[in-house]
Design a protein around this ligand. Structure first.
Ligand code: GLU
Length: 491
């Protein structure tokens, strides 16, 4: 019988979700949705000292924002809960006791000081790290003595000393580890919390997880887990370790590569669709060339067979490029709606609020083509909203022009524009294009002077469109100001 697909995303609430964590969540989600299975969210909060308040909410919020949903989890419940490991301590204790009674685990009373000394010695002698099994074979008397002492013991696994642990990873193929290289790792800590290894195995079993899709950094934990599955008489799930994520320089992904918390990408105006698309390509591809895939297409085509073994490179420029493509694909309505908050927050406070929704809809089509993130919208459109432009007057003097010519160009344009009964792109075209020749200027020169006068910038959206959106009165005012400022310039 083919087992129903049940996968889990099991974050630890020890930090804000970043690209790596969310890529794992996404692959699990795509795998579940593609196969008609279930996605379970489980919070692995067994490291009390590393827990950061608010991160569970941040993780769930990021997943929601990106459009993922789940069938069971801390917020939606389910038949296999509780979904916080901190609420399942009894279950882990029972399992640890069972392992002890079967001879697969033992109490260890070593003090932190002893463990530190042992570690220092191993470093000095260049020995591999790991517990030296000091308490593995304590006699009944020794154990009784330790029990009477001050140390609360931990429970360690009695790891087999010989043989190999092998498994078939769905991405990496055959993997084998020598058991002798695996130390007697801790299962239950002295604070009563389980370690990741114990909790993860018990829960994956009890939650009937069929496939464990997780980052490659957990590959070396898998033999430990398989030992526990065997000792507890559980059938292990299938494993698939996702390729490591690196920065463009092939070093570990870090803030330096622009790998920030996902929430920061939202604040910077990345679209959820673009993030999902980019993350999906970090280790998976449809056919090695398709770069743009909608969420629906991803769900339809995702498979573990097309997940690479080799490291996936995160490239912020590529993300930006993909984001630009998604922004260009938005309807005007959607683009306006998504830009509003960025405009409200990004435009200088002296600009009158509320901003006019109608005016925004006129402005935005002019910059949509050039926008790579929604956060740029405020900067790109500021001159449409500003009461005053701030720029250096000499920008008004285009190449191979002089001050007098610039003044003349603006004055003549001013007069012609003033007389226009209809102020739109066609009428501007009709009067301004021939004017350049009349003034003995290249159109490029005249348009450059006008562009700076009405926008304060040398680079802006198409001139006549810009002017028609700004309106006749605003353009004339700005041209008048430009003439005054040119006049004030020293020759
Ligand atoms: N809690 C682990 C993490 O935060 C999960 C590892 C696993 O998926 O087994 O990465």
């Amino acid at each position: 019988m083919i087992k129903q697909v049940r996968v889990r995303y099991a974050p630890s609430p020890t930090g804000y979700p970043h690209m790596g964590n969310i890529r794992t969540a996404l692959f699990n989600w795509l795998f579940a949705r593609h196969s008609g299975g279930s996605l379970i969210i489980r919070i692995e909060d067994t490291d009390v000292s590393r827990k950061i308040e608010g991160t569970v909410e941040a993780i769930l919020d990021a997943l929601h924002w990106l459009g993922m949903d789940w069938d069971e989890g801390p917020d939606v419940g389910g038949n296999y809960g509780p979904y916080f490991q901190s609420q399942r301590l009894d279950i882990y204790h029972k399992a640890a006791e069972q392992l002890i009674s079967q001879g697969n685990a033992y109490h260890c009373y070593c003090s932190t000081q002893r463990l530190d000394e042992m570690r220092a010695k191993q470093i000095k002698l260049k020995q591999p790290p790991g517990y030296d099994r000091h308490c593995r074979n304590l006699s009944r008397e020794e154990k009784a003595k330790k029990e009477a002492g001050p140390i609360t013991p931990v429970i360690r696994s009695k790891t087999p000393l010989e043989g190999q642990t092998r498994f078939n990873d769905l991405i990496r193929g055959k993997v084998a580890f020598k058991n002798a290289t695996i130390d007697d790792f801790v299962l239950l800590k002295s604070d009563g919390y389980p370690t990741y290894h114990l909790a993860s195995v018990i829960d994956d079993h009890l939650m009937e997880i069929s496939h464990v899709l997780r980052a490659e950094e957990w590959l070396s934990s898998t033999p430990r887990h398989l030992m526990l599955y065997r000792a507890l008489g559980f059938e292990p799930p299938q494993f698939a370790h996702l390729p490591i994520l690196l920065g463009a320089d092939r070093s570990k992904l870090s803030k330096r590569h622009g790998a920030m918390a996902i929430t920061k990408y939202r604040e910077q105006g990345y679209l959820a669709e673009a993030i999902v698309n980019s993350l999906a390509l970090l280790g998976w591809s449809l056919d090695d060339k398709t770069e743009i895939l909608s969420i629906k297409e991803l769900k339809n085509s995702f498979s573990l067979e097309r997940v690479n073994r080799t490291a996936a490179i995160f490239n912020k420029d590529k993300l930006e490029w993909i984001n630009g493509i998604y922004i260009r694909g938005l309807s005007l309505e959607d683009f306006s709606k998504r830009s509003l908050l960025f405009l409200e927050n990004g435009l200088p406070p002296e600009i009158k609020r509320p901003l006019s929704a109608d005016y925004i809809r006129q402005v935005l089509p002019l910059i949509q083509e050039r926008t790579k993130t929604l956060a740029e919208v405020a900067e790109l459109t500021q001159f449409f909203f500003a009461n005053e432009l701030n720029y250096e007057s000499d920008l008004l003097i285009a190449k191979k022009m002089n001050q007098a010519l610039a003044v003349q160009a603006l004055q003549t344009s001013f007069k012609r524009i003033e007389q226009l009964a209809v102020f739109d792109t066609e009428s501007l075209e009709v009067i301004l294009r021939p004017l350049a020749e009349e003034l003995g200027l290249k159109t490029k020169q005249l348009f450059s002077t006008l562009r700076v006068a009405v926008t304060g910038r040398t680079v802006a959206p198409p001139l006549f469109l810009t002017m028609s959106v700004l309106g006749k009165e605003c353009c004339l005012n700005r041209m008048r100001e430009a003439i005054t400022s040119l006049r004030k310039m020293r020759k």
